[in-house]
Design a protein around this ligand. Sequence first.
Ligand code: SF4
Length: 330
Amino acid sequence: MVLLVTGKCGHNCYYCPLSLKKQGKPDTYANEKLVQSDDDIIFEAESIEARGTGITGGDPFLAMKQTIHFIELLKGHFGTKHNIHLYIATPDLKKISQLAEAGLDEIRFHPPPEDWPILENTKFSEAISHARNLGLRTGIEIPCIPGKEKEMVILAKSAELAGAEFINLNELEFSESNWQELKTHGFQVKDDISSSVKGSQEAAGKVAKALKGRRIIVHYCSSSFKDATQLRNRIIRRAKNTATKLEIITEEGTFIKGVIETKKPREILKLLKIDYMVPSELVRHDVDKSRIEIAAWILEDLPVLSNCEYFIVEEYPTADRLEVEKRPAN
Ligand code: SF4
């Protein structure tokens, strides 16, 4: 599970991929779910059968109380085997100690690009050693910026010297929030079907080659792996665990359902249940979207009720219920 503790951050990375909805806001999200209580976090983790949690931001150090609370909550509910790692761009030794005390398993430092060639002269070097001494798995996680291969290799070597066990290179990606900045820095998309930055993958290959034989482990995570494998698996698990009887689950893990749009949803719901004897578990009033949701196979057999529009909708089983397709059913 990805737990975004806060969207607030004092850093100003030009490639920041955080969505405009979350950037600078104090809200907490468990995957796509806006967190309003501890139960929301537990529900989301259970619905995707999470074996671990990645705590991120913004800057989680700006919300220390919540970050500590969430680590204790997850460890308390799921046990010590629930692995928790944290991404952080601030090398604050005292806060690292507090998180280790709360039960954190792993820390991934994100130094800004200007620190990559001079890591040993920054606080990050000390923070890495400190985290290792506290027993945390410790590494570096950065976007893989084409043209910065030399700096990334120097960074990895200095981090290794300080005690880091791994360096994670994430394929640099265009997002709605960094599009303009990445363009200004001269980057282009890899191809028409992806949002990855051209040359990022090749840069990772060069860095890995230059570090071959060293103790530090190099991981590379492509955006297609994140989307096609990690996200897809999470979505399929969430669909399986949150589907009600009226949803059909597709192979991709999306839901297919019937939708009735009407200005009088309460009256139509009553009519469907009483006059058309639709079982309660196959029809409901979706208050959030102000519509009736009904099993698609029932909708297809229903006569058209006056002042109602019928649709077949495909949507993600995520908390934000992103709609993939909506087509008229009559
Ligand atoms: S530290 Fe992370 S959240 Fe903050 S600006 Fe940089 S990329 Fe964005």
